[in-house]
Ligand binder design. Structure first.
Ligand code: PMP
Length: 364
């Protein structure tokens, strides 16, 4: 099976095998050693010297942690949403009583840092900004370095959803002065779903002391104080820690610059390949197209469900459809984590055979 959805991503065999090891005491010395080693490696992948909280939860919980640890009900937050996951970040904040301001940005485009600056200058009551680094639903990447610079200059707190970007494309948590960066295990990390991570800047830690949104399981302070004793506050997904340990060793063994270059090359290969078939990218400007997932417009007259069904049953290629309003409009090819151009060639070969069967004459 060529699993090419943008997470969960395929896991290397040694990462899966590591997860099959016998349990250990999560309050014992082996676990303390394991979490210590994982933490040091996570810091390298996050490019941070700050502590990184490790949650047994999916990515959405880490987004929720980013909100509840740093905001109070009634706080005004600017949501820079360019798709379904940006909308989710806003919904989480609203669920806890934040006053969310959300400019309309068309799906398929990236946020303009100048617009972010204007929105912050216009409304001095905004205290925090939430942004999706890479919008998995549209295959568009925001210029996080520029947005982070604006948010810093305008002196607000920046919350970053890096769930489908961290470990796939450059994200300098400390150098870019991102206040909160969250991600999850099932994307760039090549680990099964179930772990999520969050880094906080010094400013974020200060903000969390004033923040009054309710929190318990996701309280970063509990996680970090317990981490300093080599533990997690609640029972961790021990098997996933075993897997993560091996996956991080792989990532750092390859070297983060090489990991980013591989993602960029594989993504370029995917974009060139689909264009050569006569298909169109969903990203309005190819310069903003994501290096972890490629969103492609479903051609006129083609039924997305039929296309994806045939790819799966006849070629064992599993792609993702469009979400929410994009259902039937686009399909998505995931190329993050444990991936090379060979798997993309498999997708392109299958598309070349299936597209004419569903009513589209390919250009190749
Ligand atoms: N944000 C982004 C950018 C994502 O890609 C995803 C998962 N596709 C999420 C948030 C939600 O993460 P999870 O499904 O692990 O809760």
């Amino acid at each position: 099976m060529n699993l090419r959805v943008p997470g969960p991503t395929p896991c290397p065999e040694d990462v899966l095998q590591a997860g099959a090891q016998p349990m250990i005491n999560h309050r014992g010395p082996e676990f303390a050693e394991l979490i210590g080693r994982i933490h040091g490696r996570l810091q390298q992948v996050f490019h941070t010297e700050r502590e990184v909280a490790i949650l047994t939860a999916s990515g959405t919980a880490a987004m929720e942690a980013a909100i509840v640890n740093h905001l109070s009900p009634g706080d005004r937050m600017l949501s820079i949403s360019i798709g379904v996951f940006g909308d989710r970040f806003a919904q989480v904040a609203q669920a806890y009583g934040a006053d969310v301001v959300k400019p309309d940005i068309p799906f398929g485009t990236a946020a303009d840092p100048g617009m972010v600056r204007a929105a912050l200058r216009e409304d001095s009551s905004i205290t925090a900004v939430a942004v999706t680094h890479n919008e998995t639903s549209t295959g568009v990447t925001n210029d996080l370095a520029s947005i982070a610079r604006v948010v810093r200059e305008e002196n607000r707190l920046l919350l970053v959803d890096a769930i489908s970007s961290l470990g796939c494309m450059p994200l300098e948590t400390d150098a870019w002065e991102c206040d909160v960066v969250v991600t999850a295990s099932q994307k760039g990390f090549m680990v099964p779903p179930g772990l999520a991570f969050g880094a906080q800047s010094e400013r974020a830690v200060e903000a969390s002391k004033q923040a009054r949104m309710p929190r318990f399981y996701l309280d970063f302070e509990r996680h970090l104080t317990t981490f300093r004793r080599g533990q997690t506050p609640w029972t961790p997904a021990v098997s996933l820690f075993f897997s993560l340990d091996v996956a991080l060793e792989r990532m750092l063994g390859e070297g983060m610059p090489a990991v980013y270059e591989r993602h960029a090359a594989v993504a370029q290969h995917a974009r060139d390949g689909v264009k050569a078939l006569g298909l169109r990218l969903f990203a309005a400007d190819e310069a903003t197209a994501s290096n972890s997932v490629t969103a492609v417009r479903v051609p006129e007259g083609v039924q997305a469900r039929e296309l994806l069904g045939m790819l799966r049953t006849e070629h064992q290629v599993v792609l993702a459809g469009g979400q929410a309003t994009l259902e039937g409009q686009i399909f998505r090819i995931g190329h993050l984590g444990h991936v090379s151009t060979a798997e993309i060639d498999g997708v392109l070969d299958a598309l070349r055979v299936v597209l004419p069967k569903v009513g589209f004459a390919t250009g190749a």
